[in-house]
Every structure is written in C-alpha cells, then in structure tokens.
Ligand binder design. Sequence first.
Ligand SMILES: Nc1ncnc2c1ncn2[C@@H]1O[C@H](COP(=O)(O)OP(=O)(O)OP(=O)(O)O)[C@@H](O)[C@H]1O
Ligand SMILES: [Mg+2]
Length: 266
Amino acid sequence: MSYTLALANPKGGVGKTTTTINLGAAFAKKGRKVLLVDLDPQGQMTIGCGLKSLYDSDDFDLLSCILKAEIDKMQAQITRVENFWVMPAHISLLRLEDELVIQKAGESRIKKIIEILTEGYEVCLIDTAPTISILTDAVLVAARRIIVPVQAEDTSLQAVESLRREIAELRDVLNVDIKIVAIVPNMVSSNSVSERVLAQLADRHSETPVFDTTGSALTDLPIRRRIALAKAWYEGKSIFSSCPSCDAVDIYMKLADFLDQKMNSS
Ligand SMILES: Nc1ncnc2c1ncn2[C@@H]1O[C@H](COP(=O)(O)OP(=O)(O)OP(=O)(O)O)[C@@H](O)[C@H]1O
Ligand SMILES: [Mg+2]
C-alpha cells in the first residue's frame, strides 16, 4: 500500500525535519521506494539531506514552476540521497505564501502538484514549516494523514491544540478526512515534566475525530535527545549513515513499522 504523510506542528524546532529525514531513511531501509518532499520554505530538510546547492541554486526557480504548474521541471529536481529520493525546497519558496494569498484556489493547486509528484513512490513524507498557513493547509489536505513530532514540554500542548483546531476546521469546511495518525515525542529526557506532558497528550486526544484512534495516536516510541541526530543534519546525512550505532536508529525503524501497521489497518 502506498501512502503520503505530512509532518506538522506549528511550534518551531520540535523535530519535524529530523523526523522526516530519519523516518524516510527507515522506510527506505525496509525496502520501500521513499520520496521526501520539502515544503518548508526555509529548506532545512533539503540542507539536512546534503542538497544546499539545490536550495540556493540560481538556475532554478521552484516558485515559478509551482505557479505555472511545470511539473516536469520539478520532477527533474528530484534527487537520490542515500537510498531514498528528495524533492528539494528552493529559496524562491520564501515568496510562495504571498503568492498563494493573491492566487485563486492556491490550496487546490498545491494539492494537485503534490499528488502528481508523489505518484510512483510507496512512502512519501512531506516536511512543513512551523506555521499555520495556506501552504501548510494545502499539505494537510493533500496528505490527509499527519505525524506530529512534539517536544515533551508544556508549550507543546498548546501547539498540538492549535493544529487540532486547524484540522477540525479543514475537515468541516472542505469535507476532507484529515487525521493525526501519530504523535511522536522527540528530544525526550527522563524527567517528571516529560512524563506529565506525555500523559496529558495521551489523555487529551482519545475521542476527537481528528485523532486516529485505532490504537493511541501517541506513540510509545520516544526519540531521546541525541547529539548524533543534530550532527547528522549538519553532515547532510540520515542517522542511518552518519551514526548507525545510535539508539535512535532502532526507534525510527519501529516507528516505520508502527506507521505501516496503522496505514494498512485504516
Ligand atoms: N532527538 C534529538 N536530539 C538532539 N537534537 C535534536 C533532536 N531532534 C532534533 N534535534 C535538533 O533540534 C533542532 C530542531 O530540530 P528540527 O529542525 O528537526 O525541528 P523542526 O520542527 O523541523 O524545526 P522548524 O520548526 O524550525 O522547522 C535541530 O538543530 C536538530 O538537529
Ligand atoms: Mg523543520
């Protein structure tokens, strides 16, 4: 079964990009044909995959390709990294949100582009910006299944609630079945704040239709704070190739199994 998942959380710095890259590497390790799409105009996933030169390139204008729906030119940018594929972001995307405000039906245009770009891949993961915006809404609508990396801190509860509200509104207004399939605790350390916040997250989200309740959305697979994960991003590699002995490798593999199971049973 093929599926697309968006990684979203309006709170910045919680691990959306780190999870996208390393979960993508885990699915690839499981033998899946994986595409990672960077739709955060800051391009940190692109840079974390060692493709900074594509992000900064003067020879390419992704914004113009999106606005003119030049899919072939976009597909030509898709690059193999390690054992997965990456659709890089480009610096021109920093102006995309302004254009989407002006353009008619911006959300549906982006949704259509995502659908075409992801054709032919078994697992597609889309990294998003730490905002609630037209672009993020378009990604949520296109993917319909969402992973929410969270930091186990009190401010996370507020951020997850904002995202839940946005998804509930998109479900109502557009009649699209968008669901949060996994909340992934990241940068977890062993302390009482982490435990209390995780317990509150688990409690809060059992009933609403926004959360997939075939099993809890809150995964029992916390990713601990590991310098090796920050170092891997800096090196432009996944943790699988930068530091295969890091314990996070095993957690990302289990997270890929968990998502496979969820997506196959829903
Ligand atoms: N488990 C971890 N252990 C140590 N460092 C981590 C971990 N997860 C992420 N980081 C580091 O924390 C910073 C923020 O992570 P990341 O860029 O993945 O978050 P983000 O949610 O994508 O941020 P933004 O909202 O700005 O896009 C990065 O420097 C990353 O290398
Ligand atoms: Mg990011």
